[in-house]
Design a protein around this ligand. Structure first.
Ligand SMILES: O=C[C@H](O)COP(=O)(O)O
Length: 263
């Protein structure tokens, strides 16, 4: 059943842009105003994850639209002496719904570990935010043939203490690190293989029912040309889009590719 293509229809398809460190507030407003009319008839959930300083503007600009706003990180403490960090309460008050946690760039450049990812995931869930939890292997890990172990370990540690009920608000993003911003996309088969593995791990950690319901995104050089093939795979339920999310026409075409007739 877990491999059954029919289960795909039971899950929410989510296309999320990750703007990374791009766009000032005025640029964010202009970009969203271009995106809004292009995606208004989307057949999927549309999310824009933007830099902290853009959040208030983004929430305001999208308030009467089908676009949800996400942050790119959050801290686990409610408040305190954590210079430069942002709490979940701060995000909630702004009207933010999603938050990316454990992106490979956070792991690679800012010392993020599975332990801190886990703390952030639990804090986000406790605050009523929906975490987009990123997992993925490095190139040398793939070459050493340990992708499965790496993904299983990340999932187990990142979701440690997350209940089955809470899992309903968790999105998993599979982002092979070697495919991020490199123009090297995982083939649809490679993406499906790991997304299916992720679902099998979730089944082991929780239940078949819980695993079947989780949205699993692919991220890594997804664009308007390759999205349809990736999104047609049984266990690929959406995308976490970097570069192409900054180009309205490309982002809109990826969203268009989620429509069944495009498969
Ligand atoms: O979060 C998004 C990923 O890092 C993918 O970025 P990219 O689409 O620019 O490769």
């Amino acid at each position: 059943m877990i491999l059954d293509a029919l289960t795909k229809g039971m899950r929410k398809t989510i296309i999320a842009g990750n703007w990374k460190m791009n766009k000032t507030p005025s640029e964010a407003k202009a970009l969203l105003e271009e995106i809004i009319p292009l995606v208004k008839d989307a057949a999927c959930e549309v999310v824009a994850c933007v830099p902290y300083v853009d959040l208030a503007t983004a929430v305001e600009v999208t308030k009467d639209t089908n676009i949800k706003i996400g942050a790119e990180n959050c801290h686990w403490a409610e408040s305190g002496a954590f210079t430069g960090e942002i709490s979940t309460g701060m995000l909630k008050e702004l009207g933010v719904e999603y938050v990316i946690i454990g992106h490979s760039e956070r792991r690679q450049y800012f010392g993020e570990t599975d332990e801190t990812v886990n703390k952030r995931v639990k804090a986000a869930l406790a605050a009523g935010l929906k975490p987009i939890v990123c997992v993925g292997e490095l190139l040398w890990e793939r070459e050493c043939n340990i992708t499965n172990e790496v993904i299983a370990r990340q999932l187990k540690l990142d979701l440690w203490g997350v209940t089955e009920e809470e899992l309903k608000n968790v999105v998993i993003a599979y982002e092979p690190v070697w495919a991020i911003g490199t123009g090297k996309t995982a083939t649809a088969e490679q993406a499906e293989e790991v997304c299916e593995l992720i679902r099998m791990c979730l089944k082991t950690l929780y239940t078949l029912e819980a695993a079947t319901g989780v949205t699993i995104q692919y991220g890594g050089s997804m664009n308007d040309a390759n999205a349809a093939e990736l999104l047609a795979k049984t266990n690929v339920d959406g995308g976490l889009i970097g570069g192409a999310s900054l180009v309205p026409e490309k982002f809109a075409k990826i969203i268009e590719a989620t429509k069944p007739e495009e498969y």
